[in-house]
Design a protein around this ligand. Structure first.
Ligand SMILES: Nc1ncnc2c1ncn2[C@@H]1O[C@H](COP(=O)(O)OP(=O)(O)OP(=O)(O)O)[C@@H](O)[C@H]1O
Ligand SMILES: [Mg+2]
Length: 406
């Protein structure tokens, strides 16, 4: 039995759609063998994640996985990088040096962008794949390694073979087991999962409240063709959150970010994949409720703790927060002048009797924030501390209530 969930968790692969499940199933079937695997898929679709999943679910998981970006190494030094070199084998080779294959011994080597490897090097790769043998550059001694090969490409290797850019024998050796990573446009029903994960991760890292994406916003995201695949989606989610800090992302914001109009959305686009929109919407509402509960708790704390972190309901720390008495002036802001009636039987009464039933939580909160900011000369850190809320929450509420400096 292949445990798809375990594979997903091992490296954080997200997705419930059929193409992703098929891909995970194949990973599960081949991971614990030593067979070479070719990972094929467009840029940003998750090839590197798949390579890691193969390694992490193999018997070699406690050994290293060495990643080599074959496209990024100049042709002149790629062999010495891969196989090492003997001292003095070329100008600059002052020391004997091990290559990536030796470093990966007992583990896995991930040859990314294998289609970019020069033809001469491809012959040597075939040898090491078939016989586990290679020679360091400038050396005559054959060495052995026990390395599992995982390669990836976003090129059409079959076409490269026809054009003479890629060795046929190496291609056939590698393609026996090919894991195809689907482009995002083929599994748009997973988009809400990516949005949620990337959104939550980004917000947690940057201390921004995550208010989610509306069902309509998700609908627009699902209708895009995503040439840059999951990487592009991740960047889009992060930039939307930065541009609309602390806000719920709606359809209009997404359309603008994609440079599209509602009309284009309705006319040019393919039919959306049937997805449980209700379920997504329910989850989003649930999250909104959680945020709301957090806010209410903060207000309660603010009202009953006397404005101090962990404060007891005894002395009002900041009498300036009191509402004005009937027909009277605002209460003086020095603690010494606090009205004695504010504390009765050890209980704090932050609101005068006349105001009870007349003032909403929002009005109260708005006023308290505004006046505390005034008291502390708009210093947000001090204000947040006095109100016993985080600076992040304060920032959000200032925007929400449109409070501006006086
Ligand atoms: N199924 C997935 N679940 C969660 N995150 C994913 C998934 N697929 C890709 N990602 C994320 O998308 C980004 C791109 O993934 P990755 O680097 O694996 O793509 P790639 O196919 O190797 O791209 P390239 O061809 O450009 O090298 C990474 O940040 C990765 O974490
Ligand atoms: Mg990659």
């Amino acid at each position: 039995m292949i445990d798809i969930e375990k594979i997903q968790k091992s490296v954080g692969i997200i997705g419930e759609s059929e193409p992703i499940r098929d891909m995970l199933l194949l990973i599960g079937q081949v991971a614990d063998t030593d067979i070479s695997v070719l990972i094929d898929g467009p840029s940003g679709a998750g090839k590197e994640m798949v390579a890691k999943a193969i390694h992490k679910n193999s018997r070699r998981k406690f050994e290293p996985m060495i990643t080599v970006n074959c496209g990024a190494i100049p042709a002149g030094i790629i062999e010495s990088e891969l196989f090492g070199h003997k001292r003095g084998s070329f100008t600059g080779a002052h020391e004997e040096r091990k290559g990536y294959f030796e470093a990966a011994d007992k583990g896995t080597i991930f040859l990314d962008e294998i289609g970019e490897t020069p033809l001469e090097t491809q012959a040597k790769l075939l040898r090491v794949i078939e016989q586990g043998e290679f020679m360091r550059v400038g050396d005559t001694k054959t060495r052995k390694v026990d390395v599992r090969i995982v390669a990836a490409t976003n090129r059409d290797l079959a076409d490269d073979v026809v054009k003479g850019h890629f060795r046929k024998d190496l291609y056939f050796r590698l393609k026996t087991v090919t894991v195809r990573v689907p482009p995002l446009k083929d599994h748009v029903s997973d988009i809400h999962l990516y949005v949620e994960r990337f959104g939550l991760m980004f917000c947690a890292k940057n201390d921004i409240p995550f208010k989610g994406f509306s069902a309509e916003a998700l609908r627009v995201l699902r209708s895009h063709h995503w040439p840059g695949n999951i990487r592009e989606l991740k960047n889009m989610v992060e930039s939307l959150i930065v541009m609309h800090r602390g806000e719920r992302i709606d359809e209009e914001m997404v359309l603008k970010a994609l440079g599209r109009t509602e009309e284009q959305l309705n006319t040019n686009l393919p039919v959306l994949i049937g997805d449980d929109t209700d379920k997504i919407e329910r989850e989003l509402i649930l999250k909104q409720l959680l945020f709301l509960r957090q806010d209410v708790n903060e207000i309660k704390q603010l009202l009953f703790s006397g404005g101090r972190p962990g404060g007891h309901p005894v002395q009002p720390a900041n009498p300036a927060l009191y509402l004005p008495p009937p027909g009277g002036q605002r209460v003086p802001s020095s603690a010494a002048e606090a009205p004695p009636s504010a504390v009765e039987d050890g209980k704090l009464y932050a609101v005068e009797d006349f105001a009870v039933g007349e003032v909403t939580m929002k009005e109260l909160e708005h006023e308290m924030i505004e006046r505390t900011l005034e008291k502390f000369n708009q210093n947000r850190r001090k204000t947040a501390r006095a109100l016993d809320i985080s600076e992040r929450t304060l920032y959000r509420k200032i925007t929400e209530y449109g409070i501006s400096k006086k």
